[in-house]
Design a protein around this ligand. Structure first.
Ligand code: SF4
Length: 857
């Protein structure tokens, strides 16, 4: 194995590591990058996260050396320790006592290696991926309808459609470049209609022709109703299962009848219709049924496998699809081979020379960690993911991991709640260093290429897997010399036991030599040995009856609200990368719980609230939003122990799963919201990051110039907290300028040395404190004079516009500046301020701001 990073300064063609859109990126070793104009997914576009990738490359907190039991170790010692831990667990529990939990962040080659080790040689189905949390329900829906996990459509269908229906998808924030493509198509063809089905009014609703604020969990009811409507309008199909699907219980949608009728008519009248669905649909105890209810409607209306028509599941992660291809979900074999087809199992066993091949599926993610909590897992290897934060009922998950005698984490970062728990830590490569392939939501395989040197002792994930396999006695089966060899083997697996009833075929790529692999352009599967690369698929399909079921846990008098969790525009997963980029934190600096104003009786807007469920609780800042459905609240899923320990929402999320897909119900937990009383609220700006434990409640974020902002609240006496926090940042030769009136609860101080600002601390009794976005700018000044000190402690800039929330992170344009344009449209605001003219991710919010402006008389 050798490092393959190019030493040339020319940009390297690679792929964004964030969402399932899979945008191409041109990246240079110095961190400058731009969208790849030749990549079919994005044609040069990038969203706010993608454009900030260059700022994530040299971040602190990398895991650079192997560690065993908290001590730095050599690679040999660490790998020996992993092998010994797995050997011991196998001896004690058998194959069911060892497990891998992997990630859609892995490259396909890494994924393949991990799955081969688990299913082929450890002989266990105990390997699941965090993709279980993302799109396992769509996978189950595809397999039930098509007999295989395949997405029939391509992104272009969204542009060709006359009606695009988004279900459970905040596409504007979660798949921004795809949303931009959709917006561009709609702008060029105004007759095109966009329908958004979501209990929440999200940014995606801006510019939509119809928003259906459906009752939470009622998607099956809506699509069962649509199926009957289509049948009543004369649509027919010869695919099996229609009668049972038509007679399945429909259920209530909670929609205004007129809105519902409009949607039913639009769908029935529009041959070119795409229904795109995502996590809002999948993360449900009826997620698989939701997928099939959607697919049923496309089958009956014949809207599938044709230009501008089809059901379209989009994945959350950059390589969730690659994980599905190599069988890294517990219920799948490699290469879309299936345990239900004995000839395929036999073929794989022979190909791998793996007599111990697992005989059946293993437990899905929630079940796997439950087994760990019951002491049934002796060795668990977590790769490139953070289950301590991301799984539901996360306190139980942490306790489960603490029970595993040999807990291994391989990751590129040390700053992960899961890595902190691990006994053995293995430094893996990060984005920009890795070499391999990923597959996006439209089945396009792209190369992720390295353009940075390997830092410290970090190594590729596949190499780490192969080294452990060799120590367990299987060196020959894992003797790859690089990712190209793994890719060839993966492609060859897809050719096994053919002819076969499956479309996934990469056999045409099984003979790529290393040079061809290095230069491989994006290519869509299937790629059979003879013939062209694939386009749209029109699979043979069946109807699946989907009787409506309400969510697993109903609300009750004690927990009357429904908790919905999801993503923010500028953050990615557990913030290990995006949480360290100041401009990405500017848009949504603190963890919040968003509630409809009429559900907030007795709660203080902007204050801290405790969100409680039967499983746990989280404390967050209350945000009132009229776009929230009554009776529901929304909380972003990103915050961790590293950033805001009290705000980890998955501590409160219920662990119910879909009985078919095993996907957790992350969108529906009965909760109540109560005040979280604090004696004081405050913020501390300092030149270093302090531990979040400095206060009862803390949320940390980086600001420009290397400054760390600590949003704080506590139950101790304000004057004591003021003194204690000042002592934490005191520096030799520096002096405090203090403005204090304890009688009214005002405590403000600035730490200065030779006219330079070193820290600023504001405390008050109430959560409303002066705006602080502008304060980090003062840290760079060399002579803070009297006037500046006064304005600093007053919390008001001496000159310039009043502080206001950042909307456009590319150009740092605030809401006040946008509103200051005096109206017009998004383009006019862009011309005047630059807002929305960078990556374009903020355009829906600009439109929303303009829509709320009073119309001049
Ligand atoms: Fe990356 Fe944004 Fe493209 Fe997703 S839409 S792949 S996050 S640039």
């Amino acid at each position: 194995m050798t490092e393959t990073c190019s030493s040339e300064p020319r940009p390297v063609r690679t792929t964004c590591p964030y969402c399932g859109v899979g945008c191409g990126v041109l990246a240079a070793p110095d961190g400058t990058l731009r969208g790849d104009p030749e990549h079919p997914a994005n044609r040069g576009r990038l969203c706010s996260k993608g454009t900030a990738l260059g700022e994530t490359l040299d971040q602190p907190g990398r895991l650079l050396h192997p560690e065993v039991a908290g001590q730095r170790a050599s690679w040999d010692a660490a790998l020996d320790a992993v092998a010994e831990g797995f050997r011991r667990a196998l001896a004690q529990h058998g194959p069911q006592g060892v497990a891998l939990y992997v990630s859609g962040q892995l490259l396909t080659e890494d994924y393949y290696a991990a799955n081969k080790l688990a299913k082929g040689f450890l002989g266990t189905g105990n390997i699941d991926s965090n993709s279980r949390l993302c799109m396992a329900s769509a996978v189950a829906g595809h397999r039930r309808a098509f007999g295989e996990d395949l997405v029939p459509g391509v992104y272009e269908d969204l542009e060709l459609a006359d009606l695009v229906v988004l279900v459970g998808s905040n596409l504007a924030w979660c798949h921004p470049v795809l949303f931009q493509r959709l917006q561009a198509a709609k702008a060029s063809r105004p007759g095109m209609r966009l329908v958004v089905i979501d209990p929440r009014r999200t940014a995606t609703c801006e510019g939509a022709d119809l928003h259906l604020p459906i009752a939470p969990g009622a998607d099956v009811a809506l699509f069962n109703t649509l199926l009957r409507h289509l049948h009543a309008r004369g649509f027919r199909s010869t695919a099996p299962g229609l009668d049972a699907a038509l007679t399945a219980a429909a259920g209530e949608t909670g929609l205004d009848p007129a809105l519902l009728a409009t949607f039913l008519d639009w769908f029935a009248q529009t041959p070119r219709t795409v229904t795109l669905f995502s996590q809002g649909t999948n993360q449900s105890s009826a997620g698989a049924d939701k997928a099939n209810a959607i697919i049923n409607c496309h089958l009956l209306s014949g809207r599938i496998g044709r230009p501008g028509a089809g059901p379209f599941s989009v994945t959350g992660q950059p390589n969730a699809m690659g994980g599905r291809e190599v069988g890294a979900l517990a219920n799948m074999l490699a290469g879309h081979l299936d345990w239900d087809r004995p000839a395929e199992v036999t073929a794989l066993r022979a190909f791998w020379r793996a007599p111990s091949l697992a005989t059946g599926p293993g437990p899905t993610a929630v079940e796997l960690f439950r087994a760990a909590g019951e002491g049934r897992i002796g060795a668990l290897w977590v790769m490139a993911t953070n289950p301590a934060v991301s799984l539901p009922d996360s306190e139980a998950v942490r306790a489960a991991m603490a029970r595993v005698p040999c807990l291994v984490a391989s990751d590129c970062t040390r700053d992960s709640d899961t890595v902190a728990l691990a006994r053995i830590r293995l430094p893996a490569l990060g984005w920009g260093e890795k070499d391999g392939t990923v597959t996006n939501s439209e089945r396009v395989i792209s190369r992720q290429r390295p353009f940075r040197r390997w830092p410290g002792e970090a190594r590729p994930d596949w190499w780490i897997v192969a080294q452990v396999a060799a120590r367990l006695g299987w060196a020959e089966a894992f003797a790859w010399d690089g990712p190209a060899a793994i890719f060839r083997e993966h492609a060859a697996v897809t050719a096994l036991a053919r002819p076969a009833p499956r479309a996934f075929d990469l056999s045409g790529l099984a003979g790529l030599d290393d040079a061809a692999y290095a230069g491989m352009a994006p290519i869509r599967w299937p790629v059979p040995r003879q013939g062209e690369a694939g386009g749209r698929l029109a699979p043979a399909a069946r109807f699946v009856p989907t009787p409506f079921r309400p969510p697993a846990h109903a609300t009750d008098a004690a927990f009357p609200l429904r908790l919905n969790t999801g993503r923010l525009r500028d953050q990615w997963h557990s913030m290990t990368r995006t949480g360290l980029v100041p401009r990405l934190m500017a848009h949504h600096p603190e963890p919040t719980a968003s509630l409809h104003p009429e559900d907030a009786a007795g709660l203080q807007p902007g204050g801290l609230v405790r969100v409680e469920s039967r499983w746990g609780s989280a404390v967050l800042r209350l945000k009132l939003e009229a776009g929230q459905a009554r009776g529901s609240l929304f909380i972003p899923m990103h915050w961790t122990d590293r950033f805001a320990p009290a705000a980890r929402v998955n501590a409160a999320v219920n662990p119910a799963v879909d009985p078919v897909s095993g996907q957790p119900e992350l969108k529906h937990t009965p909760v109540r919201v109560v005040p979280a009383p604090m004696a004081w609220h405050g913020f501390l700006l300092a030149r270093r990051r302090l531990a979040p434990e400095i206060a009862d409640w803390a949320a940390l974020l980086p600001a420009e110039g290397g400054i760390w902002r600590h949003e704080l609240a506590g139950t101790d006496r304000p004057a004591e907290a003021f003194a204690r926090l000042r002592s934490l940042v005191a520096e030799p030769g520096a002096a405090w300028v203090v403005l204090e009136d304890a009688a009214i609860g005002l405590h403000r101080a600035a730490l200065l040395r030779e006219g330079r600002l070193l820290a600023a601390l504001f405390l008050g009794r109430e959560p409303e404190l002066p705006p602080r976005d502008w304060l980090p700018g003062l840290f760079g000044q060399t002579a803070i004079g009297l006037e500046a000190r006064r304005s600093l402690l007053a919390g008001v800039p001496a000159d310039g516009p009043p502080p206001s929330p950042t909307i456009c992170v590319c150009h740092g344009v605030s809401a006040a500046s946008i509103l200051g344009c005096g109206g017009g449209d998004v383009a006019a605001v862009g011309a005047a301020t630059g807002a929305g003219t960078g990556c374009g991710s903020c355009k829906p919010e600009i439109a929303a701001l303009l829509a709320r402006m009073p119309v001049p008389a």
